[in-house]
Design a binder for this molecule. Structure first.
Ligand SMILES: C[S@@+](CC[C@H](N)C(=O)[O-])C[C@H]1O[C@@H](n2cnc3c(N)ncnc32)[C@H](O)[C@@H]1O
Length: 214
């Protein structure tokens, strides 16, 4: 097995330092317990988006704007439409986006992702969709927005391995057990979806890469 802690630290240590703003955002996320995407997960996603050449990206779950800004910096020609419902995080995201010099690349939609389809539709279609919001609702987000993908579109879904818990036979906390069950059901549904080819990569918290079949 190549997936061990030592190797993980080695790989993370090889990623070049992020710029000052991104480091500040990473520290803010740690201090304020904001769950931003793990480093190896986001670096993998950014590389896939570069190879894919995504220009129009929809993100479900902005938090403080970290992944949106990382995508904007990695793909200077891309435009990112990102949805967030938490007012405090929206405010923080706006401040960081304002300071980043990349505000023209990002459209922040304020509201519940399950209720803003009309607005999102007017910004589509999208080459890529990144799902990183309430884990129990992944299938709903996927079903709602995958129809706005371009023919070669792809979907990246984060946290599909949920700290490895999806492979655990017994989970004590009922709440966690229910959430893990929902993620497992999503994974099985996704992997058997007739319109998408999907693969789950054990990087970060586990990311699923789904490509629309032609
Ligand atoms: C894991 S964080 C996003 C992290 C961000 N993508 C990053 O890596 O920098 C998930 C965010 O999704 C938001 N969220 C959860 N469910 C949502 C929904 N239904 N609509 C909009 N935002 C939602 C939460 O408030 C939270 O800020």
């Amino acid at each position: 097995m190549l997936n061990n802690e030592k190797l993980h630290s080695y790989i993370e240590g090889l990623f070049p330092d992020r710029n000052d703003l991104f480091s500040e955002m990473e520290n803010y996320a740690t201090e304020h317990h904001v769950p931003i995407m793990e480093l190896s997960g986001i670096e993998t996603m950014l590389q896939l988006l570069r190879i894919h050449g995504s220009k129009r990206i929809l993100e479900v779950g902005t938090a403080i704007g970290y992944s949106a800004l990382r995508m904007a910096a990695a793909l200077p020609d891309a435009r990112i439409v990102t949805i967030e419902r938490d007012l405090e995080r929206i405010q923080t995201a706006k401040e960081y986006i304002g300071r980043s010099g990349r505000a023209e690349q990002i459209v922040l939609i304020e509201g519940d992702a399950l209720l803003v389809e009309d607005v999102i539709q007017s910004h589509g279609p999208f080459d890529a969709i990144f799902i990183d919001a309430a884990k129990g609702q992944y299938r709903k987000f996927f079903e709602l927005y995958a129809k706005y993908l371009t023919p070669d579109g792809m979907v990246v879904t984060d946290n599909v391995l949920f700290k490895g818990l999806v492979a655990e036979a017994e989970i004590e906390s009922k709440r966690t057990r229910n959430l893990v069950k929902k993620i497992d059901e999503f994974n099985r549904w996704l992997m058997n979806h007739s319109d998408y080819d999907s693969v789950i990569l054990p990087v970060g918290d586990g990311i699923a890469i789904s490509k629309k079949k032609r």
